[in-house]
Design a protein around this ligand. Structure first.
Ligand SMILES: Cc1ncc(COP(=O)(O)O)c(C=O)c1O
Length: 420
């Protein structure tokens, strides 16, 4: 591999040809590439590639030969301009990157594809990880694809769809009466005892490499959507934040693209969005701290945001400050409202985490923190289908086929709901 692994705090390097977890200082390791030697790796070359998956950026991913990638076609997700109606019209340019279109319906597919590719290359037979839900489904699928065994530790109240897809995909699922950090502790103990490889996010160096491809794709998507051939970034990016791997990954992608000479030094203002019931990064950002600590009694229906402590806290907080960004919370009622608005007004069926960033964008627009002439990208990190347990079918009309007055009743309902 023509890469090195460097501690994100101290810069100390470790051997990339060995399995690695955290750095000797207990911090995330980041992959570094000899970018100055990649003269042939240009946007034009990337555009010409038949492969639309994230592996079209294979020069900056953990493979020597792209045919070694463990792939299910992740990446290349839709980039949609939201229709300017109702409150959505309050933004000059509002875009969604729809990560729910990935294999296993979330952006976790990108990280797992990269991490399991590297783990397989280094001979791993069993991977284990704690998950809030979507990472479990993704790890299950990629481990199956790689011919590996997979062990998942999830909170017992994880969305049923995530548990079922992992069981169906052949993973061993352990339900824990605690939160994701408790799952992480038990997972670590099991890895030490049984010799499994711990795939915990940011405690393993390559999930972030997969997730950073969201940043590469965004620059291509926005440039192409605006009709040009240059790579472009928006003024503001909103990201629903748990462990923060996607946010840190995108920022890394922007730096790499600048070193490659693909973009300049301008950066979007990055916004961390968390649930009011679990907001360690928002709290630390507004306290002026560089460490977030643990958010006690974490609770939210947006399971991906229920991450009370993040090992990459200092990286996220640095990015928010460097980018001139901010951090906001959204209540559970508000984020569910946002989820329905995206579905009903835009046809985008996103996870509750996606509803959260839409409502956060409105909050920031109300404060004029996002100005009316700015371009904004929402990262819809997952699809609604995994969260059906949060929905009800209260608004449906039941019809008995032998009723004689059903058309009358339908007419009454339509008058109420469609205003006809
Ligand atoms: C749908 C969804 N959005 C956002 C997140 C948070 O992602 P990250 O850990 O990269 O902050 C998760 C994590 O589980 C998720 O499943």
């Amino acid at each position: 591999m023509h890469q090195t692994l460097e501690c994100s705090l101290t810069g100390e390097t470790v051997d990339i040809n060995q399995l690695q977890g955290l750095s000797p200082s207990g911090k995330p390791l980041l992959a570094r590439y000899a970018l100055d030697q990649l003269q042939d790796f240009t946007p034009e070359k990337v555009r010409q590639r038949q492969d639309r998956s994230m592996w079209r950026f294979h020069e900056v991913l953990p493979v020597d030969d792209p045919s070694d990638a463990v792939s299910l076609g992740e990446g290349g997700t839709p980039f949609l301009r939201l229709t300017a109606r109702g409150e959505f019209a309050r933004f000059a340019e509002l875009w969604v990157k729809d990560e729910g279109a990935n294999p296993t319906q979330s952006f976790k597919a990108r990280g797992m594809s990269a991490a399991i590719t590297r783990a397989r290359a280094l001979g791993v037979e069993t991977v284990a990880l704690p998950s809030a839900g979507n990472a479990a489904g993704a790890a299950t699928a990629y481990a199956a694809r790689a011919g590996m065994k997979c062990v998942i530790f999830v909170p017992e109240d994880t969305p049923p769809a995530n548990i079922l897809e992992s069981v169906a995909g052949g993973a061993t699922v352990i339900l824990v009466n605690g939160l994701i950090n408790d799952c992480g502790r038990l997972c670590r103990a099991a890895c030490d005892k049984f010799g499994w490889f711990d795939l915990s996010t940011l405690k393993e160096p390559f999930r972030i490499e997969g997730k950073k491809t969201m940043g590469y794709e965004l620059a291509f998507d926005l440039g192409e959507a605006r009709g040009g051939s240059t790579l472009q970034l928006p003024d503001v990016i909103l990201y629903p934040t748990g462990g923060g791997t996607g946010l840190i990954g995108m920022w890394k992608a922007f730096d790499e693209m600048e070193q490659l000479g693909w973009i300049g030094s301008d950066r979007p203002r990055m916004v961390v969005v968390q649930a009011a019931g679990c907001a360690p990064i928002v709290r630390a950002f507004h306290n002026g701290s560089r460490e977030a600590g643990v958010f006690e009694n974490a609770t939210t229906v947006a399971s991906g945001l229920r991450v009370p402590a993040a090992v990459g806290d200092f990286l996220m907080l640095d990015i928010l400050r460097q980018s001139g960004g901010t951090a906001v919370t959204v209540s559970d009622d508000e984020l569910m409202r946002g989820t329905l608005e995206l579905a009903r007004e835009q046809g985008v069926h996103g996870a509750p985490e996606s509803g959260a960033i839409w409502r956060a964008a409105l909050q920031l627009r109300d404060q004029n923190w996002i100005r009316s002439d700015e371009s904004v990208v929402l990262f819809s990190t997952g699809a609604a289908v995994k969260y059906n347990h949060l929905l009800t079918a209260d608004g449906t009309l039941r019809v008995n086929q032998h009723d004689t007055d059903w058309l009358l009743r339908l007419g009454q309902t339509l008058r109420g709901s469609l205003g006809t």
